[in-house]
Structure formats: C-alpha cells, structure tokens
Design a protein around this ligand. Structure first.
Ligand code: ADP
Length: 609
C-alpha cells in the first residue's frame, strides 16, 4: 500500500519535445549484461593476446630461417636439409599454434558478442513493452525498432572488433617495435620518423572516405524509403495516377546515390593506389637503407628479412588502430542509444496492487481533468464526472476530437488523470493491479481491430493465453464468428495477415469481439467503428455485440449515432465535460445538443442517399 501512495503523488511523465542530447553510455547496465559471459570473454582475451605474442615471434624466426638459407647458399657447406629442418619446424609449429589461438578467440568472442547482443535485445524489448502508452505517443516506432536492430548490431560488432583487433594491434605494435629495435636501432629510428606521418595521413584520408561512405549509405536509405513508401501505399499511388511522378522522385534519389557512390569509388581507388605505392616504397627504402647496413656488416640478411616483416606488421597494426578509434566512438554512441530506454521505469507499473475480491463493475469518473503528457497545455477533459451503474450500457457521444476515446483510455489506465480519479466499485484504479484491471476486468473491443499475423485461434486466444480450444470456440460462437471461421478450409488454424487470408471488416470485428469475450470481462469498452460496414455485416456484428453486452457494464464510444439508441444512458461530451445525460428519448425531447447531433446526422444520411 505504501507503494501505491507514492504512485498517487508521482508527477505525470512529461516527455521533452524536440531534439534531445545523445544518450550517455551506461557502463553499469553493460556490466550487468556482460558479467555472465566474463569467463568466456577473459579466455578470449587471453587467446587473442597469445596469438599476438606469437605474431611478434614470427618475423624473428623467419629471419633465422633466411639466415640458414643464405649461409648455405653462400658457403655450400653442411647438410641443407638438416640445418633448415629445425627452424622450419619451429616456424610451422608457431603457425599452427597461432592459427589455433586465432580460431579459439574468434569462436569465444563471437559467442560472447552474440549472447550480450541477445540479452541487450531482450532486455530492451521488455523494457519498451513495459512503458506507458504516453511513452509511445512521444517516440516513433521506427526509431525504437532501429535501436533493437541496427544499434545493437553496431554495438556488437564494435565490441568484438575492439576486443580482438584492438588487443592484437596494440600488442603487435609494441612487440614488433621492440623486435625492430632489437634487430637494428638505426633502421628503427628511421622508421619512427616516417611511419607516424604516413599512418597519420592514411588515417585522415580513411576517415574522410568513411564520411563519404556514410553519406552515400544515407542516400541509399533515402531512396529505399521512398520506394518502400510508394510500394506500401501502391493503391493510393495508383488512385492518383502518380506512377510516373513516383518514378521521377525515385530516379532522382537513385541517381544521387549512384553519383555519391561513384565519388566514393574514385576516392577508394586513389587511396588504394597511393597506399600500395607508399608501402612498396617503404619496403624499397628499408632494403636500400638495410643494404647499406649489411655492407658494413651491421646487419645480416636474415635480420633484414625480420625487419621487413616486423615493420609490415607494425604498419598494419597501426592502421587498424586508427580505424578502431572511430569504431569505438560509434560503438559507444550506438550502445548509449540501446541503453537509454533499458533502465527507464514507467510511471504506471505493469502489475502490483490490489485485486478486488468481489467485483460488481460500477465505474465512476470523479471530477476527472486530463491533458495528454505530450500536450500538457491542452486540457481534453475538464472536471468530467460520470457514474456508470453496474450492468448498464452508457454511450458517449460528441464531436470527433471531443475526448471520447480519451475517456476509454483513462478507464484502461493507459494514462492517469491530471486531477480527480477513476473509480471501480468506489476504489481508485490507481491502487488496483493494472494487469488484473486490463487482463481480467476490462474487455476492449476496438471495431477497427488489429489482428496479428498468426492463426485465427491464436488471435482469439490473445484474450486469455490459457484458454482451451473449446473455450475459444465458445467465445467465437458468442461473437457470431464460429460459422465463418469454420467455412475456411483450415478453420481455426487459418493464417491471417500477409502470408494468409485477409478478413473482411465485419469478420475482423467479430474475431476481435471473440478475443475480448474470451476473458469474460465484467466491463466492456466498445470503441465503435468510424467506417461503415455493409448492412449485412453490420447486423452480424450488432448481434454479436448485443450478446456481449448482456450482464456487463458497457461504455460505448459512439463515433456514429446509429447504434446507440439501445444504450441505457447517453452522455454528450462537450468541451471536456458532461453536457447532457439521459436516455435517448429524454435527450431528444430536451432538444439540446444530442437532438441537434441526431438531426444533423439524419440530414447527412438523407443527403447521401
Ligand atoms: P474522440 O474520441 O472524441 O474523437 P479523442 O479522445 O481521440 O477524441 O481526442 C481528444 C483530443 O485529444 C483531441 O484534441 C486529440 O487531438 C487529442 N489526443 C488524442 N490522443 C492523443 C494523444 N495520444 N496524444 C496527444 N493528444 C491526443
């Protein structure tokens, strides 16, 4: 109960509008996800370190081998095979061990990466699902899905790269520099002057190319978005005969993206060509300088060979590190975006609180004032007071945008009132368990329903996952849906959605009614369809709804007035308040707003005929 008290005085969530700062990377949250993988990660790090150490040994041993060969070719003395066997075998073993270690750390690291990415996805998805409806008013779904997909992907690949390549490059740079110094301090000094300049300018050009590439990718995405929109709304495009216009728009975007990619191609070509020349020049320069050292007997042929290979390793490792630096920055910001919503606590919890032991189903909106968190200044309901006795049907009417759906959203506790309270059997719903309230007490029938891309039976079972097949069939019979469902060849197992059949509007509604009836709710909210059905489907739906209403407290959100005359009471909502309240006959007789609405609608339907 103490928790409920706190909730009652918790300020409403105000979601800031406009651009927001880049979220910070949450190390604590990351540590929580990484900890279960720690042993695998540490082993991977050890193996990668071992592989790097072996890599440092390779140039030195190659040098040894070359020395044997060159000695043999010079002196032609001794048994070549015998002499060469030792160093060659050692080198082979080194190659083998290096290969094994590399294989091991890649396997482990990809396991760690996948598992951490998996738990990031699961934990973010769960955290998103828990958020208030207000959260989703403020955030675009596409953006949220991006965080689950590309941001996690980006973070994962950065993480893996930094651990494997970063560790390797660092160890190799340091180690090979030491060997270089050990082989020839003079040559190393020379290299120290040249290398940073070259690697630095390479990194600069590289980052410029990556910027170009990102811009080109964004352009490709823009073209794809356009195609997606046009193909997704192909009926509208056709209805306005806009095919050629869409074609023009798409062509322009595609041309722009090809142009950008071509520029990128030229950039890459020049970069590749230049770096080939430079690298070869380094080799040439080293042989040139090393040759003169050799002639003064300061260096052997094998040492020159070792030096060449080691300096290549250093150069590759340094280039790698410069790429990695950018990757770290991008990985951290992608990770920051993933973690941003992971630790966000919703203002309205998913569960926890009281369940009423005996439920009558009386609803009281007690002086409720409300504005949407995304529009704090705009008051939708103002001291709205409405009592719905149990077992009665009340229809809410009023202008579109007048706040009817908002009343239903407050009853579902999708939002909390800014002032006043919504009561169920005299108890503020803020102290009740939301999952009980939504899952068991209230059935919501939206007549423009959303069905999921699975079988009909699973769609109905969404109302109560533990329902038996027989219970599902019974609900479908109640909803007047059983016979049309059975007329499909696969009956209840018919797939809906893109890969399955498309139901007519009236059929969808009846499936949605069955789904709501399955939980046998004490309270029903009917959000009436705004679009009209043909008379026959309308009748089938109406029969189902009349059956559903009996014995329940019902709040009908009437967007059209034709179906509400059977309601026990009618409430006219105007300026966020109850303007009129009474039976259909009462209100007609009174000649106020309701009579006006009815008159206007009759006129409209006559004009339409
Ligand atoms: P009705 O159901 O009577 O057509 P609504 O309850 O849908 O009216 O809307 C009432 C007012 O609240 C309208 O001005 C609408 O623009 C606004 N509104 C509805 N839903 C939201 C929302 N999720 N966020 C912000 N404003 C909303």
């Amino acid at each position: 109960a103490a928790r409920c008290q706190v909730e009652l005085i918790a300020p409403p969530l105000i979601v800031p509008q406009g651009a927001r700062p880049e979220p910070e990377f949450n190390w604590a949250e990351f540590w929580k996800l990484l900890r279960p993988q720690l042993i695998a990660l540490l082993t991977a790090v050890l193996l990668a370190f071992g592989a790097a150490l072996l890599n440092i040994r390779i140039p030195l041993m190659l040098g040894e081998l070359v020395n044997v060969v060159s000695r043999y070719t010079r002196e032609h003395a001794g048994n070549y095979l015998q002499e060469v066997q030792g160093p060659a075998l050692k080198l082979l073993c080194l190659y083998g061990a290096q290969g094994l270690l590399t294989c091991g750390y890649i396997v482990l690291l990809s396991r760690v990466g996948e598992r951490v990415a998996g738990s990031m996805r699961k934990s973010l998805f769960f955290s998103l699902l828990r958020q208030d409806v207000a959260f989703f008013d403020a955030e675009k779904t596409g953006l949220l899905v991006n965080r689950l997909t590309s941001d996690v992907q980006e973070f994962k690949s950065s993480f893996k790269q930094v651990i494997s390549q970063g560790l390797r490059s660092l160890t190799q740079t340091v180690g090979c520099f030491l060997s270089l110094y050990y082989i020839s301090p003079k040559l190393t000094g020379l290299l120290l002057v040249v290398m940073p300049v070259l690697v630095g300018s390479g990194a600069l050009i590289g980052s410029f190319l990556r910027k170009l590439s990102r811009r080109a990718q964004e352009q490709v995405a823009r073209a794809t978005g356009l195609a997606d929109e046009a193909l997704g709304n192909v009926r509208t495009v056709k209805a306005f005969a806009m095919e050629s216009r869409e074609m023009e728009l798409y062509s322009a975007e595609v041309d722009k993206s090809s142009g950008q990619n071509e520029v990128l191609g030229v950039g890459i070509a020049v970069f590749q060509g230049l770096s080939n020349v430079v690298l070869n020049c380094i080799v040439l320069g080293t042989i040139f300088a090393g040759g003169s050292l050799m002639s003064s007997k300061e260096l052997s042929a094998g040492e020159l060979m070792s030096f060449l290979v080691a300096s290549q390793t250093v150069q590759r490792s340094m280039a790698n590190m410069s790429v990695l630096f950018g990757q770290v920055v991008r990985g951290l910001s992608a990770g920051g975006r993933v973690f941003e919503f992971m630790s966000l606590e919703p203002t309205i919890p998913l569960s926890g609180g009281f369940k009423l032991p005996v439920l009558r189903g009386e609803i009281h909106f007690k002086d409720v004032s409300f504005s949407y968190p995304t529009r704090p200044g705009h008051e939708v309901l103002r001291s709205f007071d409405l009592r719905i006795p149990h077992g009665k049907t009340v229809a809410l009417v009023g202008q579109s945008g007048g706040g009817k759906s908002t009343v239903a959203a407050l009853l579902e506790r999708f939002y909390d009132p800014t002032e006043g309270a919504v009561q169920l059997d005299g108890v503020d719903i803020r102290i009740l368990d939301p999952s009980w309230l939504r899952g068991e007490v209230i059935g919501f029938i939206n007549q423009e329903p959303v069905l999921f891309g699975t079988t009909i039976i699973e769609n109905i079972r969404f109302g109560r996952p533990d329902a038996t097949d027989a219970e599902v069939h019974e609900a479908a019979i109640q909803a007047n849906a059983d016979s049309f469902i059975r007329s499909f060849p696969e009956g209840y197992n018919t797939m809906l959605g893109e890969r399955g059949v498309t139901l007519s509007g009236g059929q969808k509604q009846r499936v949605a009614i069955a789904r709501a009836l399955l939980k046998d709710p004490k309270i029903l909210i009917l959000d009436e369809a705004t679009s009209a059905l043909d008379t026959e489907s309308e009748r089938a739906v109406q029969v189902a709804l009349d059956r559903a209403r009996s014995g329940r407290t019902v709040l009908v959100i009437a967007h059209r007035l034709s179906t509400i005359s059977e309601a026990d009471f009618i409430v006219v909502l105007s300026k966020g308040q109850v303007a009129e309240f009474g039976t259909h006959q009462d209100l007609l007789r009174r000649g106020g707003l309701y009579a006006d609405l009815i008159r206007r609608q009759n006129q409209e339907s006559q004009e339409a005929q």
